[in-house]
Design a protein around this ligand. Structure first.
Ligand SMILES: [Mg+2]
Length: 329
């Protein structure tokens, strides 16, 4: 049965049946004209939105509907993590082609709902509309952070060290494997299809005041370093040898004879976090890492007083690579 066969009202009922029961903060939840949400006392509201568009962000050829729904929420959770905010609620807006099987919408909802449950996120409302083209999954997420404890891109100072969580490059390598039809490494493919946002790491870093600036790596390390440096009014010097390239991604690029470091820093969708940390706060960051059991947080470079952006490799300084840009062909 397709979405057109079933019709909007019955489809909505099937979606609502699959959402987690809203938390106590949701005074009026899905089914009314708008949601009513009780904000936490002494906290500030942090809101973000991001859409996944078929054939721009995902292909239904290799993303299961449940993974599409899950990822649509995960990318937003990553943005809240970068601000140090605890996610609380989400709004889900779907533009659905009429020919899409109803089962796909059900599974998409279940994928999103499962991740929402893990992080205690209530789906407070949403909207469905018919799409004349591909599937669009648009998610807005709201969270909260204690007054003045939020992290921004612009908080860095010259001399702050740049630290990155986890490894970089795996999601891009995974996407390249899917496009090439060569499932060389399941972990890389999983990083593209089922990304994990560093929700707890971002929250604890902000609470512990263990970083002065932060950003998530949704568009890659090259993009994040540039944006944090520019927003902070600094330059940056990054050591290529220090960049924690995912080992399986490294093998993939070595086999194909392409530059490993260039591919890893330009590649998007890692959903790791980049932090700017004054040298004397390094101990706080290591404590946080132990508390949240993040496998890896690596110091990769430093913010500098001059405005230059540099990548140091093989004893030479190279200009910092351009990152991924959505409107470039
Ligand atoms: Mg982001």
């Amino acid at each position: 049965m397709t979405v057109s066969d079933l019709g909007e009202h019955a489809l909505l009922a099937r979606i609502l049946a699959r959402l987690p029961r809203p938390g106590a903060q949701i005074l009026v939840g899905p089914g009314d004209d708008a949601a009513v949400i009780e904000p936490g006392r002494n906290h500030r509201l942090v809101v973000t939105t991001d859409a996944l568009v078929e054939d721009v962000h995902f292909s239904r050829a290799w993303c299961r509907p449940a993974d599409i729904g899950r990822k649509a929420l995960a990318v937003n959770l990553s943005d809240l993590a970068a601000m140090g905010a605890t996610p609380r609620w989400a709004l889900l807006s779907l533009a659905v082609p009429g020919a899409l099987p109803v089962e796909d919408v059900e599974q998409l909802t279940e994928g999103l709902a499962a991740l929402a449950q893990v992080h205690g996120v209530s789906v407070a409302g949403g909207n469905i509309t018919r799409s004349p083209g591909g599937l669009v999954v648009d998610v807005t997420v709201g969270g909260e952070v204690a007054s003045r404890r939020w992290l921004t891109r612009s908080g860095g100072h010259p001399g702050d060290e740049l630290w990155v969580s986890g490894t970089v490059g795996a999601a891009r390598a995974g996407l390249e494997m899917l496009v090439a039809g060569d499932a060389a490494d399941a972990s890389c493919i999983a990083r593209h299809v089922r990304p994990e946002a560093r929700v707890r790491l971002g929250i604890v870093v902000a609470k512990a005041q263990a970083a002065r600036a932060a950003m998530d790596l949704s568009d890659g390390l090259a993009d994040a370093v540039r944006k944090v440096a520019v927003a902070s009014g600094c330059g940056a010097l990054v050591s290529g040898e220090a960049v924690p390239v995912d080992p399986a991604a490294r093998r993939w690029w070595e086999r194909r004879g392409v530059d490993v470091l260039d591919s890893a820093v330009a590649g998007g969708e890692d959903y790791e976090l980049l932090f700017a940390v004054p040298p004397r706060w390094g101990g706080r960051l290591r404590n946080v890492r132990r508390r949240v059991a993040t496998p890896l947080i690596t110091r990769i470079g430093v913010l500098t007083r001059d405005g230059g952006l540099w990548l140091e490799r093989d004893g030479h300084r190279h200009s910092w690579p351009e990152g991924f840009e959505h409107f470039r062909g």
